[in-house]
Design a binder for this molecule. Structure first.
Ligand code: IPE
Ligand code: IPE
Ligand code: MG
Length: 248
């Protein structure tokens, strides 16, 4: 049997340009191993680069990773502090060297950075400014909430004097402005919910949920998500082109 790393990745076409991932299940992964939750977050961070490389190899140009929600502040201070420290370390030790070495990904943060510590905020800005026109884009949703994003966008449109506010006015002020909406949103950890992730942009996304916990999300899982996506018929409210000639 082929080793997992030897599994060949399929190529995507224009139908799958953008993927969002709700990286859930780190805590349960740790609990199963009688480890602290922080060990689950560390294990989850370790697989991110490989997942990015795999989607890049498949030709997916936009990846959006849900790393910390506006609701995750409700967690114990120790866990929140650990997640902030982990993001800083990850950006400093993995992301910045990768951008310098490979020059393939532009990184953008989705969410309100103003409440992050100055040290972390500056690191995020430094990373964003390192490379702004790379062929691939990785959005990191951190202190991100879809409701917060829409309220922020509406307020920006109001400041511009838009009246009445149109969909385009809102779209222009979303944190994702300029990026295509996700074609596919993957959620690990088995829960069938959105948890405030890309609620505007995901209006017509295909959803794929796997029971697999985030630190165990491997190449086989990516292929399962790919197969599920290509088995769907996206109609966007219209009719399937194959059926549209048939009025019966
Ligand atoms: C997702 O894993 C990571 C974050 C929300 C930061 P969880 O920490 O939610 O893991 P579970 O859902 O408790 O297993
Ligand atoms: C969603 O996971 C947020 C992230 C993966 C960052 P949560 O664990 O916070 O979601 P709920 O609480 O189960 O809805
Ligand atoms: Mg969770």
């Amino acid at each position: 049997m082929a080793r997992k790393t030897e599994i060949t990745l399929p190529r995507v076409d224009d139908r799958l340009r953008s993927v969002g991932i709700i990286m859930d299940g780190n805590g349960r992964w740790a609990k199963k191993r009688l480890l602290p939750r922080s060990a689950g977050h560390i294990a989850g961070a370790k697989i991110v680069e490989r997942v990015l490389e795999d989607f890049k190899a498949m030709g997916v140009h936009h990846i959006t990773l849900y790393a910390f929600s506006t609701e995750n502040w409700k967690r114990p201070k120790e866990e929140v502090d650990g997640l902030m420290a982990l993001l800083y370390k990850y950006l400093d030790e993995v992301v910045a060297p990768k951008i310098l070495r490979d020059g393939d990904f532009s990184v953008r943060f989705l969410g309100d950075k103003s409440v992050l510590s100055e040290k972390l905020r500056n690191k995020c800005i430094e990373i964003e400014n390192m490379l702004t026109d790379a062929p691939f884009v990785c959005n990191i949703a951190f202190n991100y909430g879809g409701r917060d994003e829409i309220v922020h966008a509406v307020n920006e449109a109001l400041k511009e004097g838009c009246s009445p506010i149109t969909e385009e006015d809102i779209r222009r002020h979303l944190y994702t402005a300029g990026s295509p909406d996700p074609d596919l949103i993957i959620r690990t950890g088995g829960d069938f919910r959105v948890s405030n992730f890309l609620i505007w942009q995901g209006a017509y996304s295909e959803y794929y949920v796997t029971e697999t916990l985030w630190p165990d999300f491997d190449r086989e899982e990516i292929i399962k998500a790919y197969d599920a996506f290509y088995s769907r018929k996206r109609r966007f409210g219209g009719l399937d082109p194959e059926d549209s000639g048939n009025q019966n």
